[in-house]
Write a protein that binds this ligand. Sequence first.
Ligand code: ARG
Length: 465
Amino acid sequence: MSNQFEKKSEAWSALFSEPTSELVKRYTASVAFDRRLWRADIAGSRAHAEMLAMQGVIAAADLAAIESGLATIASEIENGSFEWRLDLEDVHLNIEARLVELAGDAGKRLHTGRSRNDQVATDVRLWLRDEIRTIRALLADLQLALVGLADKHTETILPGFTHLQVAQPVSLAHHLLAYVEMFSRDAERMGEVYARTNRLPLGAAALAGTSYPLDREAVAKALGMDGICRNSIDAVSDRDFAIEFTAAAALCMVHVSRFSEELVLWMNQSFGFIELADRFCTGSSIMPQKKNPDVPELARGKTGRVAGHLMGLLMLMKGQPLAYNKDNQEDKEPLFDSVDTLQDTLRVFVELVPGIGVKAEAMESAAAKGYATATDLADYLVKKGVPFRDAHEAVAHAVKHAIQQGIALGDLTLEALQGFHPAITSDVRGVLTLRGSIASRTVEGGTAPERVKSEIARHRARLRR
Ligand code: ARG
């Protein structure tokens, strides 16, 4: 069987008067990492070959030989017997060379009307599309885990912070649902990226399109794609889908990172708000008392690398003239690592969240120490007709006095409170309690337990669909 890949090991050698240097081969080869695209590569080749046969560009017998060859290659790769060759540069040439070994001339006909330029763009899009599906499923799991924990804590008081200083009491549930909102927007963003990723470049060939009567829509349909890339030059040259995916991934990691930072703080002895299950912690090799929140710390740290990949991909693209340039081979490692990092992080958090042990008394007493109901007292005065700025001033004096005495606002006698403003009467007691405060915040989006419970129900209905 004649096989030019075997004899010369490069598809373009006829023109060349000397072999590519070993160093350059190693420098330009991508097979070590892009072999991970093999399933997408085979799926794309199969769809392309079927369409070629349907359009009468190749014979039915050629299609049969190509399909059986590709099936053999898929099982060889799966069982580890496929021999990946660095001298064949990338995943595409490795698979094609093996196909020619297995299917002879039929294998050589597969590349009709196709270039590696539209092939690689197709492979990356197919691969990423499937990974986005996994990410969306993980984001739904994570949201459900947070909602599950929130459901147990609609009455658990947490000091809400601004500037990391005690501001107003909220429920732990309300706080957790803030993250549910963030992750639901992340899932939405991923869905939007999916729609733009799931478009077919094949048919663009090297850059200008092809003279063969290809049915691009049929290939798109066979691959489950939502249509074709409309301009052949754009199809092979832009990687904006990878960039916007990485932007969405980086932003999602930023949300995980903020949550992580809170878990680390909450686990610190000075807060003592939570415990993490031991299986998510590690000890110290020198300090026997240590239990460290390594998982959230690592997630916080890994956020940096995904954000870095976003910058890397933007810089990869910025100077490239149209159309395809080899620069684009550099899109893969940052993209792969972004996907792996995000998926692993989400998987870990889906497990970690239900294992968060809440120390409700510590949270509540931190809120009680922070004069968190001062705004409620001011609002009480406003409801009695006092202008808000005057109420604010009167309460500031009351808080200053309570701090000097080392007591809570609620511990001041009625007479003492009336000394700060005469409009205060005995009905003030209810507004000075933490529970009274959260119960009063019934506005849509507020922390009142009734509101939060209906939000929990809304999220569950949305996520279980
Ligand atoms: N390995 C290449 C990449 O990842 C495939 C496309 C190569 N095309 C070319 N004309 N050299 O971008």
